[in-house]
Design a protein around this ligand. Structure first.
Ligand SMILES: Cc1cc2nc3c(=O)[nH]c(=O)nc-3n(C[C@H](O)[C@H](O)[C@H](O)COP(=O)(O)OP(=O)(O)OC[C@H]3O[C@@H](n4cnc5c(N)ncnc54)[C@H](O)[C@@H]3O)c2cc1C
Length: 436
């Protein structure tokens, strides 16, 4: 494999299947048949097709339940049982642990489809799979993987990722959660804030500094898998949210929470690297979900604008309505291309984990895709609300729900501002990093 160029690798890695249909919404987006990565895809074509069929069945079944939960403003407690039934809780987990063995590109394609059902539903998968299970898969010891990955696949254990704290958001290095070693355990203390799945998780990936030792060496963050069903773990759901009423967001306190030594991820001091590496996976999941939001907004406006009559004709025939529809379609096309590129590079980076240039490109493209597609989804939802007129400004219709839910995608897993700084630094050079 030739060295990738600085910005664009000219060699196409994926074949593109334009299967998106505006009218009856079959499985959408890009078909990510990776054909030139160093390692072969783990799923064969039949397994991939079966995964997409299961995702489609899950989406069709969850839709009416999600709509009802949304209108009643309550947690959707059917997402986990249905995901379990269709085998979607371990999409990226290797078959040897009972999972589906999807690579990044295949998994992201599934998330595009799930994203159409709402950002709340997709956020559950991001929390459990992309940032919950992923770091165990990447940095867990074989023993830790054997204990947690099969449980993640069956749903016996639901996962979350606890990086953010009340006083440490965009800069996680300002966290105050600490750990100390006591015999055969680590003991953790601190508070994590705004954690997706935090109130329903059985295990959380938690980041902490070692307790301060006077005149000790500079402290470095470590990452742990913390079981939530213990005395030292207290969670509280956060419900005063602008959107995503059907998904769980929580804060939790660790009060002398105990963690077996074997639940350390990587080595002591690897935590920041693990957090940043996990965010590449998380950002791609947000970008994929937002492409699904754009697709759903497009499908909705096409149908509605053809049915709704004003001034003696379907509003789809008014040029200013068409301007909104053209804008959403352009968001969809551009987002799809960028996500496809980011997905192929992440797949390549996963296949060659020691290849630094692939890792660098995957990191940058994930930030670019997340920044661009979340903003495109926000604008698409806003335009879809406008096309629906007064009905658009209602949670009874899909565009209004998308608008409220998708706004958070410009905040979590790296705000717009932090991503812009990262993108600018990649162009200007490391010495221009503004957040240093
Ligand atoms: C619904 C939801 C789910 C979430 N899920 C998770 C989760 O599962 N796990 C987890 O760990 N976290 C999660 N988060 C937290 C999320 O990642 C943080 O909210 C986000 O990183 C921003 O941190 P903050 O809220 O503390 O804002 P702050 O960091 O205080 O930022 C406030 C504003 O200042 C800007 N800003 C900060 N620093 C700079 C700078 N250097 N230059 C320019 N502008 C800057 C920001 O861009 C932002 O606009 C979730 C948040 C929400 C709302």
């Amino acid at each position: 494999m030739a060295e990738p160029s600085r910005f664009v690798n000219a060699e196409p890695l994926l074949s593109f299947d334009r299967s998106f249909s505006y009218n009856n919404m079959p499985f959408a987006g890009f078909a990510l048949a990776v054909h030139s990565v160093a390692e072969p895809a783990i799923m064969n074509a039949n397994q991939a097709a079966q995964l997409y069929a299961d995702v489609e069945a899950f989406c069709q079944e969850i839709r009416p339940i999600e709509e009802l939960c949304y209108v009643e403003h309550r947690f959707n407690d059917q997402v986990i049982p249905l995901a379990k039934r269709y085998g979607l809780l371990g999409m990226i987990v290797p078959e040897s642990f009972g999972g589906r063995g999807a690579n990044a590109a295949e998994y992201l394609r599934a998330l595009v489809r799930i994203g159409r059902e709402g950002t709340g539903v997709r956020t559950f998968f991001s929390g459990h799979v992309s940032i919950g299970t992923y770091p165990i898969l990447k940095w867990g010891s074989p023993e830790l993987q054997a204990r947690y990955l099969p449980a993640a696949v069956t749903g016996e254990k639901i996962f979350a990722f606890g990086l953010t704290e009340p006083e440490a958001g965009s800069n996680p290095l300002e966290m105050t959660t600490t750990y100390r070693r006591v015999g055969d355990r680590f003991v953790l203390n601190g508070v994590k804030y705004l954690i997706s799945n935090g109130g329903i998780a059985d295990a959380v990936v938690v980041f902490a500094y070692p307790e301060e030792v006077p005149s000790g060496p500079p402290r470095r963050i470590s990452a742990f898998v913390v079981d939530t069903h213990q005395k030292g773990f207290v969670a509280e759901n956060l419900v005063a949210k602008m959107g995503m009423p059907t998904s769980n967001t929580a804060m939790f306190a660790l009060e002398n929470a105990e963690v077996p030594l074997g639940n350390l991820l990587g080595e002591e001091g690897d935590g920041f690297r693990i957090a940043m590496g996990t965010l590449v996976s998380g950002r791609l999941s947000v970008a994929a979900g937002c492409l699904g939001v754009i697709e759903d907004c497009l499908a909705e406006v096409i149908q509605y604008s053809k049915e709704r009559q004003q001034h003696g004709k379907a509003i789809a025939r008014h040029q200013l309505v068409q301007e909104h529809i053209a804008a959403i379609e352009m968001h969809r096309v551009a987002s799809e291309a960028l996500l496809e590129r980011a997905a192929q590079v992440k797949t390549q980076a996963d296949a060659e984990p020691t290849h630094r240039e692939w890792q660098r490109q995957a990191d940058l493209l994930a930030a670019q895709a997340k920044f661009f597609i979340t903003n495109a989804a926000w604008d698409s939802a806003d335009r879809a609300v406008q096309v629906f007129g007064g009905r658009g400004w209602s949670t009874l219709y899909r565009p209004g729900r998308h608008l409220m839910d998708v706004r958070v995608c410009r905040i979590y897993e790296g705000t717009d501002e932090i991503l812009k700084l990262k993108i600018a630094a990649a162009v200007l050079g490391k010495e221009y990093e503004a957040f240093k």
